[in-house]
Design a protein around this ligand. Sequence first.
Ligand code: XMP
Length: 526
Amino acid sequence: MVGGARLTGGFLRFMAQVIAVLDFGSQYTQVIARRLREFSVYSKVYRFDTPVERLRSDGVVGVILSGGPSSVLAPNAPRPDKGVFDLGLPTLGICYGLQLLGHTLGGEVEKSTHREYGRGTLTLQGPCPLFEGLPTSFRVWNSHGDRLRQLPTGFHPVASTENSDFAAIHDPDRRFFGLQFHPEVFHTEHGTEILRNFVIRVCGCRGDWTMANYAESAIRQIRETVGKENVILGLSGGVDSSVAAALIHQAIGEQLTCVFVDNGLLRKNERAAVEKLFGDNFKMNLIVSDARERFLDRLGGVTDPEKKRKIIGNVFVEVFEEEIEGIGEVGFLAQGTIYPDVIESVPIGGNPAALIKSHHNVGGLPERMRLKVLEPLNQLFKDEVRKLGAELGLPHEVLWRQPFPGPGLAVRVIGEITEENLAILREADAILIEEMRKADLYYRVWQSFAVFLPVRTVGVMGDERTYDYVIALRIVESIDAMTADWAQLPHELLQKISNRIINEVVGVNRVVLDISSKPPSTIEWE
Ligand code: XMP
């Protein structure tokens, strides 16, 4: 993440009807926001203590208090701005959120000696807008510690489970609701309908938040924010920077300049594809900076993976800065930052992931160059970014391509990076990708790529002994890259890929398959 003047709030201004999800640390908070967006309702995760003035100015029409691991009885329990309950807005407390309603509004919460996990059966006791159209009994999923023993004034119970008389509570005058179970998780039957009832029936959301609307308002907003200033954007060819480029280009055309740095670590034909799409097709101002030599020079003799990454990050910033200088007056640096990168939630008692590999980004650049930051995708989840990209006319191939690391092939050439090793890897990788596409498997796996091993082994080709390099195939399935497993591809396909690489790529006489899962291995080899 970068510092500089973030324009986070700006892109909300045209989005009337926001549902605020106050995050008290539940692992499901993002899932709630995600569900609501599936009903075309715009929702946003806020820190639990966000001041009510901010919620008001963002156009919030309903509030959801998330679950969380704390006890409302603990002295340091996270609490919302007191004014939240005086906003006059419909409010739904889920799990910890229900306890908060109880505790704050005059009910009584008692400490429980054990947490209640797992399934329960919910039985409705009377009408309630949250449960309209639903059966009178269904399964729900619980995970909570404390119990609400006495309702706050104004509330009455509307549903119970085996373990709780107050599994769902309602204050019709204030339009406050509490659920002891989690409607957002898959295991709760009718959970989606409950959330939909809350936002559509109770909060009155129109459900008209579509990508076309988003694009329209974002374009207006970009124009208003940028004025007559120039904007630069580092285009990597990945999904996020491509969609950001297309969106900003549609808003301000010539005022946008994209910089694509050819670091010599790209896959086969990658640079040409970017030039064709963004230069020829979209007719953007596109600077293609040929920095291959500089990167390879600086990487010469370096074998340590972390050193490689640092060098690549540094050289990238150098090159990028030089290119910007040539453009003249620039006011903004645009970035394809997406919502999961900026989410304001604070993991309460959470455990920040330890650094395993330093990822490459342009942090620090905007501050040093006194640039303002423009991040028009910072409210969108990945799949929404893809939908927006489709709306803007980007091809399927760009929107659904497999992830590719910032340091590129440098982390796939094990050991020293040389032109020769890179060339071998590029050819082998192109064959693998081509065969994955032909077999209709390219989009079904998370990643499929080749790795160059600086190991020479003996082989025989024709009548001759060979002494050549090894290529490893890394093909994995994953949901979010946090965990991954090797994909079990048909043997005939593997055979074909191996034959083609050994026959067609000079310098390779052996292909091996990586059958390691993450953890304990990582997806990339370096
Ligand atoms: P690992 O190797 O950590 O990779 O299991 C997880 C995912 O992240 C990608 N990756 C990177 N992406 N810059 C990036 O933008 C990087 O430095 C980087 N390193 C790994 C990797 O391809 C996989 O999808």
